[in-house]
Design a protein around this ligand. Structure first.
Ligand code: BTN
Length: 325
């Protein structure tokens, strides 16, 4: 028996209350042991009130990620997902790539409360103060390296779907994998991989989601372009529940990808906020401007330029030109 068992029982209580005797009976310990654990939970930031003749009620939880909330959805053979939880690290992608190189199983997740060297796309940094989600998942798909960008699109589909269902916001995908709400970035994905010429050894999908942080903690140059779920919904986000929802969507969409890649491309098209809009794409070969027409089978963006010709872009940074769409 540990403190989490008490929390799980209090959370599951229909009436909201459980007496010391009921808790002691369910857990097979003395009422004194229950009382000591309740005291210790209060010291860790949980709000627990004791109502005479009703019992204990959990009314507030500290903003920490609860490992017990991250088990795979219950089922006959429900397995615990291997999770590494870190208070602080340079980058969860770095840890996950190291673990994957040492043979860690597919599905392992590395989570950190904050990152000191968070990595963004195109060599940028990802500011990572406390209050958000930063995690990386190890995948071992039997695909060629050229297919890797599709897995990033798969990740974006999973995150956007989870955010829509969880928060009721109109989260959409800006090519290739930025998640926006009301044109401001709420989440970003960074895929890194180790591969041979014709096969991916392992791939790490790193995901950052802005949840509860104060936007003023971001560097000034990105502040106006970013948002948080809390700002969009007016509510503090339960990060454990959100993370569990995103992981469940990742399981679902990774399965869909392995069964039929086209299902991911169609879902991406449904959730995107890029196609049909006038965009400018800054890539390695400079900047190109045109109307975003579609994505091709490898997830590249197809643009129609001003002279009517088509141009396909494999990587870059999209700016949606305002007034269109
Ligand atoms: C981007 O939009 O530029 C991608 C941002 C990806 C950030 C996440 S946070 C978890 C993981 N660890 C990192 O260092 N980066 C990714």
């Amino acid at each position: 028996m540990n403190k989490n068992d008490i929390l799980d029982l209090l959370r599951a209580s229909k009436s909201g209350h459980l007496s010391g005797a009921e808790l002691a009976g369910k857990l097979g310990v003395s009422r004194t042991a229950v009382w000591k654990h309740i005291r210790s939970l209060e010291e860790s930031g949980y709000g627990i009130e004791a109502v005479p003749s009703k019992g204990y009620r959990l009314f507030a939880e500290p903003d920490v990620i609860r490992m017990s909330g991250l088990l795979r959805p219950a089922g006959k053979n429900a397995a615990t997902r291997p999770v590494i939880y870190l208070e602080e690290t340079a980058s969860t992608n770095i840890v996950a790539m190291e673990r994957a190189g040492q043979g860690a199983a597919e599905g392992m997740v590395v989570i950190a409360e904050q990152q000191t060297g968070g990595k963004g796309r195109l060599g940028r940094s990802w500011s990572s103060p406390k209050g958000n989600l930063y995690f990386s998942i190890i995948l071992r798909p039997a695909v060629a390296p050229q297919q890797a960008p599709l897995l990033t699109l798969m990740g974006a589909v999973a995150v956007a779907s989870a955010l829509r269902a969880f928060s009721g916001t109109a989260a959409g995908i800006k090519w290739p994998n930025d998640i926006l709400i009301h044109d401001r970035k709420v989440s970003g994905l960074l895929t890194e991989m180790s591969a041979e010429a014709d096969r991916v050894r392992h791939l790490v999908l790193g995901i950052g989601i802005n949840c509860n942080m104060n936007i003023r903690l971001l560097p000034e140059e990105v502040r106006g372009l970013a948002t948080t779920l809390a700002a969009e919904t007016g509510r503090t986000v339960d990060r454990t529940k959100l993370l569990a929802a995103v992981l469940a969507e990742l399981d679902r969409w990774y399965g869909a990808f392995l069964a039929d890649r086209r299902s991911v491309l169609s879902a991406w098209r449904e959730l995107n906020v890029t196609l049909g809009r006038e965009v400018s794409v800054r890539g390695m070969d400079g900047e190109v401007r045109g109307r975003a027409k579609d994505i091709d089978d490898e997830g590249r963006l197809v643009l129609v330029l001003g002279d009517g010709s088509a141009r396909t872009v494999a990587a870059g940074d999209v700016t949606i030109i305002k007034g269109q769409g």
